[in-house]
Design a protein around this ligand. Sequence first.
Ligand SMILES: C[S@@+](CC[C@H](N)C(=O)[O-])C[C@H]1O[C@@H](n2cnc3c(N)ncnc32)[C@H](O)[C@@H]1O
Length: 208
Amino acid sequence: MDIWGKIFAAGYDRFLAPTEKAGLAGHRERLLVTATGRVLEIGGGTGANLPYYGDGVAELVIAEPAEAMARRLERKLPGYRIPTRILHARAEQLPLETGSFDCVVSTLVLCTVADPSEALAEVRRVLKSQGRLLFIEHVRSDDPKVAGWQDRLRRPWAWFGCGCQCNRRTAESIHVAGFSLAELRQDKLAKAPPLVRSLIVGAAARGG
Ligand SMILES: C[S@@+](CC[C@H](N)C(=O)[O-])C[C@H]1O[C@@H](n2cnc3c(N)ncnc32)[C@H](O)[C@@H]1O
């Protein structure tokens, strides 16, 4: 594993703390309380979502490909109230049965996966037909000036953010992947750098 990946994982919770306090934690809480049944979280990172899952979750599988992140997540699991296992897997290739999850959760992950359309196809595959994708993602800004900077600074930001692409049109990708967007809220991630401030929060139905 690369050194920066280890440093990024070690500093992740502290780096995000002001943004969590300024609103991100509230988004997590309101969204994740609606997760029910068998839940898959992709790119679970250090486990920032763990405190917010409600009693309706019967089982949680967290896919996390980065070892340094997964190690931190693992430390938070002893005593956790929901039966949970970590899967060392990328969202683009999930070693999971088709149609086996009620809910998939993606928070700040579709910016980072190498191939969002492959990842979303896998998410659809593992969801039951009535299943839902719950998401919180930072996206391309509607402001052309900010979007221009997101395009110009995409590469250095991706280096800093371990692959994070700051200019993705993620709501469109979710729609193109065949989901129907049942809820879509837009917000700004307070205390986050302007490049990653535009946020979408919502739920998408797998459909047919
Ligand atoms: C910005 S962090 C978000 C962590 C956590 N979901 C959160 O809300 O704080 C992005 C996470 O996606 C993971 N990741 C990167 N590529 C991935 C992929 N192809 N499939 C799944 N997760 C991936 C990273 O290892 C990292 O843990």
